[in-house]
Design a protein around this ligand. Structure first.
Ligand SMILES: Cc1cc2nc3c(=O)[nH]c(=O)nc-3n(C[C@H](O)[C@H](O)[C@H](O)COP(=O)(O)OP(=O)(O)OC[C@H]3O[C@@H](n4cnc5c(N)ncnc54)[C@H](O)[C@@H]3O)c2cc1C
Ligand code: FES
Length: 385
């Protein structure tokens, strides 16, 4: 790395000085990172930024109506603390022609990283998606991104070297493959012993072979003698509990990581749910989009009216998120991850009852800060929007 782009070492004395109260006081109100950024965007004392180093096309998309996918390799600033396999990162981009920064969450697809190390994101360009389209179609080597530290608990429970894990199962669909790929890459890199009954089963659903992300690497993993079984299913080969039982007879007692479209997640979750309604604690799930609120999914009626008080718009409560209800009315509230992670959609509910669509929890507290992307009306409610 040339001297011009060497960041001040985050852990060294210069890094400590830049993060000191003295430096904060001297650079008030803008903060030390605003000054460092002027010298070099890859210099930072607190914030995390990254440069796109390279872009690899995973799929071209097109013929069957699917969107293209690309893997971006990122060089983060030295403030990056590294990530555990399965974690995601919030990515902020300044889109051409837009004054504000747009934030979205992306899982890290490369093996666990150490502080300051490069890592990859693998992104599907949604047709109407602002950030994903920009990153896949327009980002170039050198493009600068703003990042959070890695976050999330959808991770491997133990180190690959820990012999207490007996068997691992990954069930993924579409771009939901990314966190699982990070875990499998980490296991293989760090010497997970796939023999001695400690098998890894990787079951993935894609629309077609052309739409398969990481196809060549998965074929190599499948062919190697490593204890990892790869099963790829395409098109109308849908998930069935019968097939899962054939692949992993004791799947409900197997540590399982599940990530994919809502339909797949529902089916797999049902398979892990016993007759008494208890879902196996061995199943861990990651969502890229919130599941539709139960009332909306089942068509059950939600009695009540939603009032967006600032704009004067009202609508009948339907059980979908308040963000979607606002958008259906033509309002354009700020949002980022649409999954309750980034807080950019936070609004005040001044009155009424709402339900968190992720946990099902209801609340009727007045003047409550809510994230409207993961909150639905559960009766009359007033939102300051
Ligand atoms: C934890 C997590 C990890 C993720 N990891 C990955 C990953 O590894 N790879 C990946 O490809 N994706 C991942 N995602 C999904 C990603 O964060 C984005 O949701 C996705 O890329 C779409 O973002 P976008 O900016 O392109 O689309 P957006 O611009 O956010 O639009 C998304 C959709 O929202 C709706 N919408 C937006 N604005 C409006 C409006 N004004 N009115 C009505 N409807 C509207 C539309 O239906 C649109 O198609 C992850 C998400 C989460 C939460
Ligand atoms: S958009 Fe990120 S928390 Fe709602």
């Amino acid at each position: 790395m040339s001297a011009l782009i060497s960041p001040p070492a985050a852990a060294g004395p210069v890094g400590r000085l830049l993060r000191s109260r003295l430096a904060a006081a001297l650079t008030t109100p803008h903060g030390v990172d605003r000054y460092l950024e002027r010298f070099n965007p890859m210099w930072a004392a607190h914030e995390v930024r990254a440069r796109v180093v390279s872009i690899h096309r995973e799929t071209e998309g097109g013929a069957d109506g699917t969107a293209p996918v690309a893997t971006l390799t990122l060089q983060p600033t030295s403030t990056w603390r590294g990530h555990r396999a399965g974690q995601h990162v919030l990515v902020g981009v300044e889109l051409p022609g837009s004054a504000k920064r747009h934030t979205r969450a992306f899982s890290i697809s490369s093996a666990a990283s150490a502080p300051g190390e490069r890592f990859t994101l693998t992104i599907r360009a949604h047709d109407e998606g602002q950030v994903s389209s920009y990153l896949v179609r327009e980002a170039r080597p050198g493009t600068l991104l703003h990042l959070s530290q890695a976050q999330g608990e959808f991770t491997l429970v133990e180190s690959p070297a820990t012999p207490t894990i007996s068997r691992l199962l990954f069930v993924t669909g579409g771009s939901g493959i990314t966190p699982a790929m990070s875990m499998v890459r980490t296991l293989l890199r760090d010497g997970y012993d796939g023999h001695a009954g400690r098998k890894v089963t990787f079951l993935h659903f894609a629309r077609s072979p052309e739409d398969q992300i990481f196809g060549a690497e998965l074929a190599e993993i499948a062919a190697a003698d490593n204890g990892v079984d790869v099963h790829l299913r395409y098109g109308d080969q849908l998930f069935s509990e019968f097939e899962l039982r054939r692949l992993v007879p004791d799947f409900r007692d197997t540590d399982t990581w599940l990530c994919g479209p809502a339909g797949l997640v529902e089916l797999v979750r049902d398979a892990y749910t016993a007759a008494d309604g208890e879902t196996s604690p061995r199943l861990r799930m990651e969502f890229f989009k919130p599941a539709v609120a139960r009332a909306a999914a089942t068509g059950a009626e939600v009695a009540g009216e939603v009032s967006f008080t600032r704009s004067g718009a009202t609508t009948a409560a339907t059980g979908v998120s308040l963000l979607e209800q606002a958008e259906e009315l033509g309002l354009k509230p700020e949002f980022g991850c649409r999954m309750g992670i980034c807080f950019s959609c936070t609004r005040t509910k001044t009155a009424g009852t709402v339900r968190n669509v992720l946990t099902g929890e209801e609340s009727s507290l007045p003047d409550e800060e809510i994230r409207i992307c993961v909150t639905a009306a559960a009766g009359d409610c007033h939102i300051d929007l």
